[in-house]
Design a protein around this ligand. Structure first.
Ligand code: VG1
Ligand code: CO
Length: 543
């Protein structure tokens, strides 16, 4: 074994290293500053205190700076006496695949390099987060502890190593540490085969079901080629933009009807495919469309819950289900009928992890195009698409039929999220501050408001409390408004306004969400005095 030299590098803290909703996300240029990534990684190592011989999984969504970051983290892992790193070939691993590898290999955790759905490239965003031995995102207490540590860090340890050969599968040593380069797809594909009826889906493709999946030049391309084409027999032209690129080929890997409008257009064109789908930068989000139908994420979760008996992995009794607080209450309508517990958590997948780990829930989801289950501890884009393929094949129904039947049976929950980009964060904070103060009296002075509060969550498993998780207003007609600030942006602030309204009257379920929520939207703008604080007449973005 060749001797490796390790350096202790003096550094000073950066005051902006507090992780947000899902890890530390900053502009690439921020991460490129000397010591920026190193300080944060050393803070992770020091806080986790893994001891010698720990194994970690390492991979990312392939965006610009991914390779550099993998080399830096590997060099630091050597210097910090990590025993083994399991790294995805070419530095690629989707977020759910990392979670799965942590679990199947029983590693001590993992480091994920991704800014998810944020734009990539030299002028785009980069991000890093760490997951624990359960495969789930670090809980708030741990990310807080890492942040605290980063505020007093004075040095980090790094080894002098040659750049890694990320392209070649296999195991080799760097000093006392082992590096294993693994195929990013194979373990994940095995898991999917266990959960879904691949034989049935293969049959559907054989009999002509047409899929159009768009990987948006992000991490899911190789996964889609292997699973949809090689294992399930979908034709090669079912998958698009499957080459992971550092700048996503100029595409914005955010699977929603605005950023992926080309898929909406295709879904409403003549001769549209049966199922259209996309995933995000790191493969944990999903968008589902059918011929003439956009499936809202809240509906998708509700429909999955109503059809668990169709997929082999979900035939056993479902203990419970969870959604993040702002997510549409469509799933509540199903949980009530099935008489199973429904948990309402703050925004961010990490809040589902204890519920999944304790066996309290089998399915969970967020309005932000995220759905998942107890098969892993991250949301999972391709899993959701396979779930839909399985449902379509079992029921022999189109996406549109499945959704329409669901609405007729359970009712519909109209949902919209309206985002306001506010360059000046002080103005956004003032809006939230003043609204927090004024909602206390709102219910007393406004007749159609039932209650209003600031959402606070007590984790039923470990008792930890998370305050200030969004402002909620419940109206007397059962509709709801939620306000919160985004925790994933890298500049300015984004105010998110979530509108939701349950509708059981079958004559009204065909309305568009924009129409059904028009009045509620006006009320939401008035109550928060959005124009006054931001100068904005309309949302910057609506889905
Ligand atoms: C957004 C979504 C949230 C999601 C998070 C991470 O957070 O609203 O539901 O969990 O992104 O998604 P925020 O704080 O900007 O509203 V992803 O695919 O990063 O990992
Ligand atoms: Co993501």
């Amino acid at each position: 074994m060749t001797e490796i030299s390790v350096r202790e590098v003096q550094c000073t803290p950066f005051n902006d290293q507090r992780p947000g909703t899902a890890g530390l996300r900053k502009k690439v240029t921020v991460f490129q500053q000397p010591n920026y990534l190193e300080n944060f990684v050393q803070s992770i190592f020091d806080t986790l205190d893994l001891g010698n011989d720990a194994t970690l999984v390492l991979g990312g969504d392939g965006r610009f700076f991914n390779r550099e970051a993998i080399n830096i983290i590997t060099a630091m892992a050597v210097a910090n006496n990590i025993g083994r790193l399991v790294i995805g070939q070419d530095g690629l691993l989707s977020t759910p695949a990392v979670s799965n590898l942590i679990r199947t290999r029983k590693t001590n955790g993992g480091i994920l390099l991704t800014a998810s759905h944020n734009p990539g490239g030299p002028d785009g965003d980069f991000g890093i987060k760490f997951n624990t031995a359960s495969g789930g995102q670090a809980p708030e207490q741990l990310t807080d502890a890492v942040y605290e540590h980063s505020q007093s860090i004075s040095s980090y340890r790094i080894a002098d190593i040659n750049p890694l050969d990320l392209g070649t599968l296999g195991t080799y040593s760097i000093g006392t540490m082992e590096v294993e380069i693994v195929d990013p797809v194979s373990d994940y594909a095995v898991l999917m085969e266990e959960l879904f009826d691949f034989e049935l889906i293969r049959g559907a493709f054989k009999s002509g079901t047409r899929l159009h999946f768009d990987a948006l030049n992000a991490v899911t391309g190789p996964y889609a080629e292997k699973i949809f084409c090689d294992l399930l027999g979908a034709s090669k032209d079912s998958v698009h933009n499957t080459q992971p690129l550092e700048n996503f080929g100029g595409l914005h890997p955010d699977p929603n009807p605005v950023d992926a409008a080309h898929l909406v257009k295709l879904a409403f064109a003549d001769n549209a495919p049966d199922l259209l789908a996309a995933s995000d930068g790191d493969g944990d989000r999903n968008m589902i469309l059918g011929r003439g139908m956009i499936v809202s994420p809240g509906d998708s979760l509700a429909i999955m819950l109503a059809n668990t008996q169709l997929a082999p992995g979900y035939r056993e009794a479902i203990p419970g289900v969870a959604r993040s607080m702002p997510t549409s209450r469509a799933v509540d309508m199903v949980a009530a009928e099935l008489n199973i517990p429904l948990y309402e958590t703050p925004t961010g997948w990490r809040f589902f992890c204890n519920l999944l780990e304790s066996g309290s829930i089998a399915l969970c989801g967020e309005e932000s195009f995220g759905t998942g289950s107890a098969h892993t501890r991250e949301k999972d884009g391709l899993w959701a698409i396979l779930y839909w393929l399985n449902m379509m094949a079992s029921l022999n129904q189109s996406v549109d039929e499945i959704v329409q039947r669901h609405w007729r049976r359970f009712g519909r929950c109209f949902f919209q999220r309206r985002d306001y980009f506010i360059p000046d964060t002080d103005k956004a904070n003032a809006l939230i501050q003043d609204l927090t103060t004024s909602i206390r009296d709102l219910a007393a002075i406004t007749t159609n408001i039932e209650t209003a509060d600031v959402f606070s969550y007590t984790d039923p498993v470990d008792g930890s409390v998370s305050n200030n998780q969004g402002i909620r207003i419940f109206l007397t007609d059962g509709s709801r408004i939620v306000y919160r600030l985004s925790g994933t942006g890298t500049s300015g602030a984004t105010l998110r306004v979530y509108l939701d309204k349950q509708e059981r009257d079958s004559t009204r379920i065909q309305q568009t969400p924009a129409y059904a929520l028009d009045e509620l939207g006006l009320l939401a703008t008035d109550i928060a005095r959005i124009k006054h604080y931001t100068g904005l007449d309309a949302p910057t973005f609506s889905i």
